[in-house]
Design a protein around this ligand. Structure first.
Ligand SMILES: NC(=O)c1ccc[n+]([C@@H]2O[C@H](COP(=O)([O-])OP(=O)(O)OC[C@H]3O[C@@H](n4cnc5c(N)ncnc54)[C@H](OP(=O)(O)O)[C@@H]3O)[C@@H](O)[C@H]2O)c1
Length: 247
């Protein structure tokens, strides 16, 4: 398979890239800083192609995906993303704008670039890494929650719209995964999972063409309940000390 992964230089994206490279698939990854790629990876994986691209730059991303695909792309995984870091009550509008730009417009640009190479062949698979944070409005993480909610809904709509073009769509909503993104968190992270383990689970869900994959199951259960609570009850619960996962 020919697979392109945005945000493939570190974390979940890189672990997914390795999953596929070890099985001899052809993988293209992009990020803004290629020096973050694991040392020796380019020598080890001959099927790995790297692109220095910012997903918010639509033209550059389309050019990179076109160059990699040469008119044929099997799977696109939009993993590039950022969080604000520490939870804040006072909104940081500069960071918030960047979060929405990368996490939402970046995914839109990624899907546009992929579909350009999938629609003419009437086959392909789009995937995006959203988050359980998009299932509710999390206190202290407003723009991140909003950005991931947008990705969840974008994928839900696309999963129906693109069916007639034989394009599958998968939205992945992980709980906490141990990556550079979460290593800077100053709050507790229940059910934290290694990015290697997360990548194996995600790959299985992609193989099964799942429309929505929420994991781990413990976090999925909690989020399922929080999502369905009357909103006044949710807000009251989230303001109780038990919901404040401080270290
Ligand atoms: N870790 C978790 O617990 C967790 C949970 C739920 C969802 N997620 C989501 O999973 C995805 C991957 O996160 P991660 O945990 O693996 O974090 P990470 O290790 O920080 O990886 C983020 C990746 O995105 C790339 N990136 C960031 N901004 C970019 C941009 N503007 N253009 C191109 N690439 C960009 C980074 O590369 P460069 O720095 O080289 O640009 C890096 O490769 C994100 O969408 C995140 O929101 C993570």
């Amino acid at each position: 398979m020919k697979i392109f992964i945005t945000g493939g230089t570190t974390g979940i994206g890189w672990s997914l890239a390795k999953e596929y490279l070890e099985d001899d698939h052809i993988v293209g990854i992009c990020g803004r800083d290629l020096s973050r790629i694991e040392t020796g990876a380019l020598e080890k994986f001959k099927n790995l192609k790297t692109y220095k691209v910012d997903v918010t730059n639509r033209e550059e991303l389309i050019a990179a995906v076109d160059e990699f695909s040469e008119g044929s792309l099997d799977l696109m995984i939009a993993s590039a993303g950022r969080s604000v870091g520490s939870k804040t009550k006072e909104p940081d509008f500069v960071a918030s704008r960047d979060v929405i730009n990368i996490n939402v417009l970046g995914v839109l640009n990624t899907f546009e670039a992929a579909l350009k190479n999938m629609l003419p062949n009437k086959k392909g698979h789009l995937a995006a890494v959203a988050s359980v944070a998009g299932m509710v409005g999390l206190p202290g993480a407003s723009s991140y929650s909003a950005s991931k909610a947008a990705v969840l809904k974008l994928c839900e709509s696309y999963s129906m719209d693109l069916k007639s073009f034989n394009i599958d769509v998968t939205c992945i909503a992980p709980g906490f995964v141990d990556t550079p993104l979460t290593q800077k968190n100053d709050h507790g992270m229940p059910w934290l999972m290694s990015s290697e383990k997360a990548a194996k689970k995600i790959r299985k869900a992609l193989d099964r063409k799942k429309v929505l994959f929420v994991f781990p199951w413990q976090m999925k259960t909690v989020m399922f309940i929080l999502e369905r609570l009357p909103r006044w009850m949710y807000r009251a619960f989230m303001q109780m000390p038990i919901a404040n996962y401080s270290k």
